[in-house]
Ligand binder design. Structure first.
Ligand SMILES: Cc1ncc(COP(=O)(O)O)c(C=O)c1O
Length: 342
């Protein structure tokens, strides 16, 4: 067994802890270089870099896990590669090829194996691939040079308080326009969500429920996770929209619901008006896994989910246990879901 770092795994928050190695590749004259691992956690770029002036940057987020039998694995990195490809295309950035993306993830995680939290610790190694325009642009246009990097950082739960159900509010700010960039993981989507999330926190809410910008009648997602609902007759429902991020966790949970738990699943438009009729609600994403929602506040009107404010609803719990069981190697994974690092 590899020697692990001396870190208090059980008390890790969701923050940045630099690890030993990160991957860096540079794009110049129309081609990516070979890329390599480096110990240097700093980036030096032009004051006029495309990322600094016009926010030309996108990223991904995924995790490495230690399985019950001591292997280090990641979960569906090919889907992160594909999503980053669509982000890059929408932002006029060069694509880092899928095979190379997955290889670089493996190389980076392997080089930081001592930081992958042990099985059962409740912590995981968060992996952050990202790309940005690095050379100078002053007219509004894409950069011609880019850097692609991957760093890792050990993390605990995204929401403090573990599985305690969250209270969220219906947000008056919009996250994404109908034909905008809501479906990609562009830094700009997060920059403009910062005011809304801080405002939510100041008002005592854990998160924002964003509605569709065109009609403000349909549920979209939160600032960092998709929604899953469970109906009173135990169907799993998730919002369908072109302006939400296609969550890999959500797509995986729909397969888990259908194939492992035998539940009916529906991906469809979900109206705010019908939320009061659901039995359970959860936020799903790499960071959130599934975090239960206990209460949704719509301008003073409280929608209290029957699952309550003390624990996860029963179906949410089964989804959570099954997905984490697959990720931690306790349950057999569908073909191609687990990428073994070592
Ligand atoms: C806006 C947004 N929605 C949803 C998700 C969940 O996506 P995934 O399950 O791929 O992590 C994320 C990222 O975690 C996100 O930033």
């Amino acid at each position: 067994m590899m020697e692990k770092k001396n870190i208090d795994w059980a008390n890790l928050g969701f923050g940045y802890v630099p690890t030993d190695k990160r991957f860096v590749a540079n794009y110049k004259d129309g081609a990516w270089d070979d890329g390599c691992l480096t110990s240097d956690a700093t980036v030096q770029i032009s004051e006029c870099a495309g990322v600094l002036q016009y926010a030309q940057t996108c990223f991904e987020g995924m995790k490495a896990y230690t399985t019950e039998d001591g292997r280090i694995v990641t979960f569906r990195p090919d889907l992160n590669a594909e999503r980053m490809e669509s982000s890059c295309k929408r932002l006029e950035m060069p694509v880092f090829p899928k095979d190379r993306f997955v290889d670089a993830i493996v190389e980076t995680v392997a080089a930081n194996g001592a930081y992958v939290p042990p099985y059962g610790s409740g912590a995981t190694l968060y992996i952050r691939p990202f790309m940005f325009g690095s050379d100078a642009v002053i007219g509004v246009k894409p950069a011609s040079e880019y850097q692609f990097r991957i760093f890792t950082t050990p993390v605990g739960p995204y929401f403090k308080g573990g599985v305690k159900p969250l209270t969220i509010r219906v947000c008056d700010y919009d996250r994404a326009a109908p034909h905008g960039t809501g479906h990609i993981k562009a830094g700009l989507n997060y920059a403009m969500s910062l005011y809304a999330i801080m405002d939510a926190h100041r008002q005592g809410f854990d998160e924002n429920m964003y509605l569709d910008a065109a009609t403000r009648t349909k549920v979209e997602e939160t600032g960092g996770a998709n929604f899953l609902f469970v109906t009173k007759d135990n169907k799993v429902v998730t919002p369908k929209s072109n302006s939400i991020l296609p969550s890999i966790t959500r797509r995986s949970l729909l397969v888990v619901a259908k194939d492992y738990l035998g539940l009916e699943v529906e991906e469809r438009e979900v109206y705010l008006d019908e939320v009061k009729d659901f039995a359970e609600c959860g936020l799903c994403g790499t960071a959130a896994v599934i975090s239960p929602v206990g209460k949704i506040v719509d301008h003073g009107r409280e929608i209290c989910l029957p699952s309550g404010m003390t624990e996860m609803g029963p179906t949410t719990k089964k989804l959570y246990d099954t997905l984490t069981g697959i990720q931690m190697g306790r349950l057999e994974a569908p073909e191609g879901w687990i990428k073994v690092i070592k």
